[in-house]
Design a protein around this ligand. Structure first.
Ligand code: ASP
Length: 312
Protein backbone atom coordinates (compact mmCIF):
# COMPACT_ATOMS: atom_id res chain seq x y z
CA UNK A 1 0.00 0.00 0.00
CA UNK A 2 2.79 2.41 0.76
CA UNK A 3 6.34 3.09 -0.30
CA UNK A 4 7.02 4.75 3.04
CA UNK A 5 9.72 3.09 5.12
CA UNK A 6 7.32 2.71 8.02
CA UNK A 7 3.57 2.24 8.47
CA UNK A 8 1.22 2.62 11.42
CA UNK A 9 -2.50 1.83 11.60
CA UNK A 10 -4.94 1.98 14.50
CA UNK A 11 -8.51 0.87 15.10
CA UNK A 12 -11.05 2.02 17.64
CA UNK A 13 -13.40 -0.96 17.65
CA UNK A 14 -16.11 -2.43 15.46
CA UNK A 15 -19.86 -2.28 15.76
CA UNK A 16 -23.06 -0.60 14.64
CA UNK A 17 -21.57 2.78 13.77
CA UNK A 18 -23.67 5.33 11.95
CA UNK A 19 -22.34 6.11 8.50
CA UNK A 20 -22.89 8.58 5.67
CA UNK A 21 -24.30 11.99 6.52
CA UNK A 22 -24.38 11.15 10.21
CA UNK A 23 -20.66 10.53 10.22
CA UNK A 24 -20.04 14.04 11.57
CA UNK A 25 -20.85 12.63 14.96
CA UNK A 26 -17.61 10.71 14.78
CA UNK A 27 -15.48 13.85 14.68
CA UNK A 28 -14.15 13.49 18.20
CA UNK A 29 -13.22 9.87 17.60
CA UNK A 30 -11.45 10.71 14.37
CA UNK A 31 -9.50 13.43 16.12
CA UNK A 32 -8.46 11.01 18.85
CA UNK A 33 -7.40 8.40 16.28
CA UNK A 34 -5.43 11.06 14.41
CA UNK A 35 -3.67 12.11 17.62
CA UNK A 36 -2.79 8.49 18.39
CA UNK A 37 -1.43 8.07 14.86
CA UNK A 38 0.65 11.23 15.18
CA UNK A 39 2.11 10.02 18.48
CA UNK A 40 2.96 6.60 17.08
CA UNK A 41 4.29 8.06 13.86
CA UNK A 42 6.68 10.30 15.81
CA UNK A 43 8.17 7.16 17.36
CA UNK A 44 8.68 5.56 13.93
CA UNK A 45 9.96 8.75 12.33
CA UNK A 46 12.55 9.02 15.09
CA UNK A 47 13.84 5.57 14.25
CA UNK A 48 11.89 3.89 17.06
CA UNK A 49 10.65 0.32 16.91
CA UNK A 50 7.29 -0.96 15.75
CA UNK A 51 6.72 -2.24 19.29
CA UNK A 52 7.20 1.21 20.80
CA UNK A 53 4.98 2.73 18.11
CA UNK A 54 2.02 0.42 18.80
CA UNK A 55 2.40 0.90 22.55
CA UNK A 56 2.45 4.69 22.11
CA UNK A 57 -0.55 4.68 19.76
CA UNK A 58 -2.65 2.39 21.94
CA UNK A 59 -1.72 4.21 25.16
CA UNK A 60 -2.93 7.48 23.60
CA UNK A 61 -6.30 5.87 22.86
CA UNK A 62 -6.42 4.37 26.38
CA UNK A 63 -6.10 7.89 27.76
CA UNK A 64 -9.14 9.06 25.78
CA UNK A 65 -12.58 8.62 27.41
CA UNK A 66 -14.04 7.95 23.95
CA UNK A 67 -12.85 4.37 23.49
CA UNK A 68 -13.48 1.12 25.31
CA UNK A 69 -9.95 0.79 26.68
CA UNK A 70 -8.21 2.40 29.62
CA UNK A 71 -10.08 5.49 30.80
CA UNK A 72 -13.25 4.88 28.75
CA UNK A 73 -13.60 1.16 29.47
CA UNK A 74 -17.05 -0.40 29.72
CA UNK A 75 -18.51 -1.71 32.98
CA UNK A 76 -18.73 -5.30 34.18
CA UNK A 77 -22.03 -6.71 35.49
CA UNK A 78 -20.77 -5.86 38.97
CA UNK A 79 -20.42 -2.17 38.07
CA UNK A 80 -16.63 -2.36 38.01
CA UNK A 81 -13.98 -2.39 35.28
CA UNK A 82 -11.68 -5.23 34.23
CA UNK A 83 -9.19 -4.36 31.53
CA UNK A 84 -7.26 -6.59 29.12
CA UNK A 85 -4.33 -5.80 26.80
CA UNK A 86 -1.57 -7.45 24.79
CA UNK A 87 1.47 -6.57 22.71
CA UNK A 88 3.56 -8.76 20.40
CA UNK A 89 6.91 -8.16 18.75
CA UNK A 90 7.04 -9.68 15.26
CA UNK A 91 10.83 -9.59 15.17
CA UNK A 92 11.45 -11.74 18.22
CA UNK A 93 8.12 -13.50 18.70
CA UNK A 94 8.05 -12.21 22.25
CA UNK A 95 4.68 -11.21 23.68
CA UNK A 96 3.17 -9.84 26.86
CA UNK A 97 -0.39 -9.53 28.07
CA UNK A 98 -2.43 -8.68 31.13
CA UNK A 99 -6.04 -9.53 31.90
CA UNK A 100 -8.79 -8.49 34.30
CA UNK A 101 -6.85 -5.63 35.88
CA UNK A 102 -8.64 -2.86 37.73
CA UNK A 103 -6.04 -0.26 38.71
CA UNK A 104 -3.54 0.09 35.84
CA UNK A 105 -3.96 3.34 33.93
CA UNK A 106 -2.40 2.01 30.68
CA UNK A 107 -2.88 -1.75 30.35
CA UNK A 108 -0.83 -1.84 27.13
CA UNK A 109 2.17 -0.43 29.00
CA UNK A 110 1.78 -3.16 31.63
CA UNK A 111 1.57 -5.80 28.88
CA UNK A 112 4.86 -4.47 27.49
CA UNK A 113 6.42 -4.70 30.96
CA UNK A 114 5.42 -8.37 31.14
CA UNK A 115 6.98 -8.93 27.70
CA UNK A 116 10.20 -7.11 28.49
CA UNK A 117 10.79 -7.84 32.16
CA UNK A 118 9.47 -11.33 32.81
CA UNK A 119 9.74 -14.82 31.38
CA UNK A 120 5.91 -14.97 31.25
CA UNK A 121 3.47 -14.14 28.50
CA UNK A 122 0.31 -13.44 30.48
CA UNK A 123 -0.41 -12.18 33.98
CA UNK A 124 -3.88 -11.53 35.34
CA UNK A 125 -5.77 -9.78 38.14
CA UNK A 126 -3.99 -8.91 41.38
CA UNK A 127 -0.72 -10.54 40.32
CA UNK A 128 -0.61 -8.48 37.14
CA UNK A 129 -1.25 -5.33 39.14
CA UNK A 130 1.46 -6.14 41.65
CA UNK A 131 3.92 -6.82 38.82
CA UNK A 132 2.97 -3.64 36.96
CA UNK A 133 3.28 -1.47 40.06
CA UNK A 134 6.65 -3.03 40.94
CA UNK A 135 7.89 -2.21 37.44
CA UNK A 136 6.80 1.42 37.48
CA UNK A 137 3.41 1.36 35.71
CA UNK A 138 1.11 4.19 36.65
CA UNK A 139 -1.58 2.95 39.03
CA UNK A 140 -4.92 4.72 39.50
CA UNK A 141 -7.95 4.56 41.75
CA UNK A 142 -10.62 2.39 40.04
CA UNK A 143 -12.83 5.51 39.99
CA UNK A 144 -10.58 6.79 37.18
CA UNK A 145 -12.42 4.40 34.85
CA UNK A 146 -15.90 5.72 35.67
CA UNK A 147 -17.50 7.60 32.79
CA UNK A 148 -21.16 8.59 32.75
CA UNK A 149 -21.75 7.38 29.18
CA UNK A 150 -20.43 3.91 29.97
CA UNK A 151 -22.50 3.72 33.14
CA UNK A 152 -25.66 4.50 31.20
CA UNK A 153 -24.63 1.86 28.69
CA UNK A 154 -24.39 -0.65 31.56
CA UNK A 155 -27.83 0.31 32.84
CA UNK A 156 -29.34 -0.24 29.40
CA UNK A 157 -27.59 -3.58 29.04
CA UNK A 158 -28.86 -4.62 32.46
CA UNK A 159 -32.42 -3.69 31.47
CA UNK A 160 -32.08 -5.83 28.36
CA UNK A 161 -30.25 -8.53 30.34
CA UNK A 162 -27.62 -8.63 27.60
CA UNK A 163 -23.83 -8.67 27.37
CA UNK A 164 -22.83 -6.32 24.58
CA UNK A 165 -20.15 -5.33 22.16
CA UNK A 166 -19.46 -1.72 23.08
CA UNK A 167 -20.49 -0.05 19.84
CA UNK A 168 -23.70 -1.98 19.55
CA UNK A 169 -24.83 -1.18 23.04
CA UNK A 170 -23.79 2.42 22.64
CA UNK A 171 -25.57 2.81 19.34
CA UNK A 172 -28.82 1.38 20.67
CA UNK A 173 -28.68 2.89 24.11
CA UNK A 174 -27.38 6.34 23.42
CA UNK A 175 -28.08 7.86 20.07
CA UNK A 176 -27.80 11.33 21.58
CA UNK A 177 -24.53 10.70 23.30
CA UNK A 178 -23.14 9.25 20.10
CA UNK A 179 -24.06 12.57 18.49
CA UNK A 180 -21.54 14.44 20.57
CA UNK A 181 -19.10 11.60 20.60
CA UNK A 182 -19.01 10.16 24.09
CA UNK A 183 -18.92 6.43 23.47
CA UNK A 184 -17.23 3.53 21.60
CA UNK A 185 -14.44 1.06 21.00
CA UNK A 186 -11.78 -1.43 21.85
CA UNK A 187 -8.48 -0.15 20.44
CA UNK A 188 -5.50 -1.64 18.65
CA UNK A 189 -2.52 -0.85 16.47
CA UNK A 190 -0.18 -2.53 13.99
CA UNK A 191 3.13 -1.09 12.83
CA UNK A 192 6.06 -1.67 10.49
CA UNK A 193 9.25 0.15 11.46
CA UNK A 194 12.14 1.39 9.37
CA UNK A 195 14.14 -1.73 10.28
CA UNK A 196 11.41 -3.86 8.68
CA UNK A 197 9.96 -5.25 11.90
CA UNK A 198 6.25 -5.74 12.65
CA UNK A 199 4.34 -5.38 15.93
CA UNK A 200 0.73 -5.44 17.13
CA UNK A 201 -1.08 -4.33 20.29
CA UNK A 202 -4.71 -4.40 21.46
CA UNK A 203 -6.43 -3.01 24.58
CA UNK A 204 -10.02 -3.29 25.79
CA UNK A 205 -12.47 -3.04 28.63
CA UNK A 206 -14.23 -6.05 27.09
CA UNK A 207 -18.00 -6.36 26.80
CA UNK A 208 -20.56 -4.22 28.61
CA UNK A 209 -22.21 -6.15 31.46
CA UNK A 210 -19.70 -9.03 31.20
CA UNK A 211 -19.43 -11.27 34.26
CA UNK A 212 -16.52 -10.73 36.63
CA UNK A 213 -13.48 -12.66 35.47
CA UNK A 214 -14.53 -12.90 31.84
CA UNK A 215 -11.50 -12.40 29.60
CA UNK A 216 -11.89 -11.83 25.87
CA UNK A 217 -9.69 -12.36 22.85
CA UNK A 218 -7.73 -9.10 23.00
CA UNK A 219 -5.06 -10.27 25.49
CA UNK A 220 -4.93 -13.83 24.13
CA UNK A 221 -1.94 -14.13 21.81
CA UNK A 222 -3.15 -15.53 18.49
CA UNK A 223 -6.82 -14.73 19.16
CA UNK A 224 -7.09 -10.93 19.21
CA UNK A 225 -3.43 -9.98 18.85
CA UNK A 226 -0.58 -11.49 16.84
CA UNK A 227 2.62 -10.44 15.06
CA UNK A 228 5.40 -12.29 13.27
CA UNK A 229 7.80 -10.87 10.73
CA UNK A 230 7.33 -13.95 8.53
CA UNK A 231 3.67 -13.10 7.93
CA UNK A 232 1.69 -10.19 9.38
CA UNK A 233 0.79 -8.10 12.43
CA UNK A 234 -2.88 -8.33 13.46
CA UNK A 235 -5.10 -6.51 15.96
CA UNK A 236 -8.72 -7.65 16.05
CA UNK A 237 -11.96 -6.40 17.54
CA UNK A 238 -15.35 -8.03 17.88
CA UNK A 239 -17.13 -10.70 19.87
CA UNK A 240 -14.13 -12.18 21.66
CA UNK A 241 -15.39 -15.70 22.23
CA UNK A 242 -15.54 -16.47 18.51
CA UNK A 243 -12.09 -14.93 17.91
CA UNK A 244 -10.72 -17.14 20.68
CA UNK A 245 -12.31 -20.33 19.37
CA UNK A 246 -10.98 -19.68 15.89
CA UNK A 247 -7.63 -18.32 17.10
CA UNK A 248 -8.54 -15.69 14.54
CA UNK A 249 -5.47 -13.42 14.51
CA UNK A 250 -3.16 -16.40 14.15
CA UNK A 251 -5.45 -17.89 11.52
CA UNK A 252 -4.97 -14.75 9.40
CA UNK A 253 -1.20 -14.99 9.85
CA UNK A 254 -1.22 -18.71 9.01
CA UNK A 255 -3.07 -18.10 5.74
CA UNK A 256 -0.37 -15.59 4.78
CA UNK A 257 2.52 -17.72 5.94
CA UNK A 258 1.52 -21.17 4.74
CA UNK A 259 -0.72 -20.40 1.78
CA UNK A 260 1.00 -17.28 0.52
CA UNK A 261 -2.25 -15.31 0.68
CA UNK A 262 -2.10 -11.52 0.75
CA UNK A 263 -2.84 -9.68 4.00
CA UNK A 264 -6.16 -8.49 2.56
CA UNK A 265 -7.18 -11.87 1.25
CA UNK A 266 -6.35 -13.59 4.53
CA UNK A 267 -8.17 -10.94 6.56
CA UNK A 268 -11.26 -11.24 4.36
CA UNK A 269 -11.26 -15.02 4.61
CA UNK A 270 -11.22 -14.97 8.41
CA UNK A 271 -13.22 -11.82 9.20
CA UNK A 272 -15.84 -12.04 6.46
CA UNK A 273 -16.22 -15.83 6.22
CA UNK A 274 -14.88 -17.88 9.12
CA UNK A 275 -15.90 -15.54 11.96
CA UNK A 276 -19.50 -15.03 10.70
CA UNK A 277 -19.83 -18.77 10.02
CA UNK A 278 -18.94 -19.37 13.67
CA UNK A 279 -21.62 -16.91 14.76
CA UNK A 280 -19.36 -13.93 15.39
CA UNK A 281 -18.63 -10.56 13.88
CA UNK A 282 -15.99 -7.89 14.13
CA UNK A 283 -12.93 -6.64 12.31
CA UNK A 284 -9.16 -6.60 12.13
CA UNK A 285 -6.28 -4.48 10.94
CA UNK A 286 -3.55 -6.51 9.26
CA UNK A 287 -0.13 -5.33 8.06
CA UNK A 288 2.68 -7.17 6.27
CA UNK A 289 6.39 -6.42 5.99
CA UNK A 290 6.02 -4.77 2.62
CA UNK A 291 3.61 -2.26 4.11
CA UNK A 292 0.44 -3.80 2.67
CA UNK A 293 -2.38 -2.90 5.03
CA UNK A 294 -5.87 -4.40 5.23
CA UNK A 295 -8.66 -3.05 7.45
CA UNK A 296 -11.55 -5.48 7.22
CA UNK A 297 -14.80 -5.70 9.20
CA UNK A 298 -18.13 -7.49 9.04
CA UNK A 299 -19.90 -5.02 11.31
CA UNK A 300 -21.55 -1.83 10.07
CA UNK A 301 -18.39 0.05 10.81
CA UNK A 302 -14.99 0.02 12.47
CA UNK A 303 -13.14 3.11 13.62
CA UNK A 304 -9.79 2.98 11.95
CA UNK A 305 -6.99 5.07 10.57
CA UNK A 306 -3.59 4.82 9.03
CA UNK A 307 -0.93 7.36 8.34
CA UNK A 308 -1.77 9.79 6.91
CA UNK A 309 -5.54 9.25 6.52
CA UNK A 310 -8.16 8.66 9.18
CA UNK A 311 -11.55 7.17 8.47
CA UNK A 312 -14.44 5.43 10.25
N1 ASP B 1 -12.89 -8.24 21.52
C1 ASP B 1 -13.29 -7.59 22.73
C2 ASP B 1 -13.69 -8.61 23.73
O1 ASP B 1 -14.38 -9.55 23.39
C3 ASP B 1 -14.40 -6.62 22.55
C4 ASP B 1 -14.26 -5.63 21.41
O2 ASP B 1 -13.49 -5.84 20.49
O3 ASP B 1 -14.96 -4.62 21.44
O4 ASP B 1 -13.35 -8.44 24.89
Amino acid sequence: MSAAPFVLAVHGGAGALARGPRSRRHGAHRAALAAALRAGRAVLAGGGSAVDAVITGVAALEDSPLFNAGHGSVFTAAGTHELDAAVMDGATGRAGSIAAVTRIRNPVVAAALVMRHSPWVMLCSAGAERFAADHGAQMVDPAYFFTRARYEQLEHARQRQSVELDHDGAARAQPRDAEDGTVYGTVGAVALDAAGNLAAATSTGGLTNKPLGRVGDSPIIGAGTYAENASVAVSATGVGEVFMRLVAAHDIAALVRYQGRSARDAAKEVILRRVPRAGGRGGAIVLDRRGNLAMVFSTEGMYRGAMPEVDV
